[in-house]
Design a binder for this molecule. Sequence first.
Ligand SMILES: [Zn+2]
Ligand SMILES: [Zn+2]
Length: 424
Amino acid sequence: MEVTSISGTPSKDLEHLAITEKKCSSGKQRLNFIESLNYYVSEIVATTTLLKRTVGNQFAAVKEFASPSKPDLDQDRADIVKQKRNDQGCHECEVLDSRSEAAESVYQWSACTKNHGHHKFIPVQEFCLDHLPKWCQRKFVFDMVRIMLVLTVRLRVTYTSWERPKGYSFYNHRGSDVLHTGTGFVLAVVEGKGPCQCRSCTDSSSPHQKWYQILVHSACHVVFNTEEAQHTKVDFFYDDKTSRLTSLWVTQAIATDPLADTCTLLCATHEEALAEKLYACVRKIENHSQDIKMDRLSKDLWRLCVVVSHPHGQPKYVTVGRGLKKEAQSYVYITDTCPGSSGAPVLVFIPDDDQLKMSDTGDLSFVAPHSEWLPDEELNQSGWARCFNSPFVKYLEYQNMLRDGASFDTAWKQLFASSIKFPE
Ligand SMILES: [Zn+2]
Ligand SMILES: [Zn+2]
């Protein structure tokens, strides 16, 4: 007849109470019941308090994780960071104070107003075929995106050049050491000639002789010239918070084009495993290009636009959207991007044969660096597209074969003088 504890299931407890009450045939039993009921209620109160405290703690932990407190920068520095962030027009670099970079990056991610909650940003580890629209769930499309996930890199630039022209992004912050981040992608891996040009080898009396040049493509407003390039670090494989990064300093900007909003950077490494892993991916992209060429007749495929980027300097995320059109040599698309996405690879598949142009060498130029967000139309625009396995890369190889230490700047200019014939 006693009610001594709660079962944890309200309906069961109420049923039990009703039965107990019915069983009270005398005044004494009724008093006992009321006493038991008081005990029962006090237990509910105690349990609820405990539950509240536990849930409260959990909630506070979740809240702390979801909205980290703003890093404690000194006010002047914080103002400069904010001013630099706003001094880039519609471009999408993230700007952070290098003294508390990681904490600020997390804060900017959580405080983002452009894509609050980042619901459409898929962590690269979770990306699967179902994330593609039904009509383009094709294996080679999926594989192509997955390869791009490996080739995508984060760029951290710790110097803003005095050569940035008036009206150009970050003009008012020339000479500044305030960090800006962007995204880029590996375009090619070419064997180097002579001694290795990586930082540790150039400081060493016995530099490695076998080494590789890694060409990284991004947007010109992210890395404007060689001066900035030499203050730029490339982070490979930053897939999630636990990833083991491989970082390389850029040695030079071999080509920058403000009009096309593109830049091609050169990193040097004698790490064979790194070079091999990236080279294998570049080769796979080339092979997939063949598949895509074979598949040109299935027009319904070509409406997809995928961006892989490091929003707010955070690990890699994939966003899936739509390609709209090609304008001159850049693409227009609706796919979510955030500050930090500048220079990110934009994979665009567009249904018009004229727009899906093949270059003279048979390459498809469907990867371009993300350039800017056009807020009035809520559209994105890329810089000019460049090819994998491009003539530029072939020319680099050719240069390597014939003339050690040739000027890449000259190579680039000659290449686009359009009269160059490549060796068979
Ligand atoms: Zn965001
Ligand atoms: Zn080296």
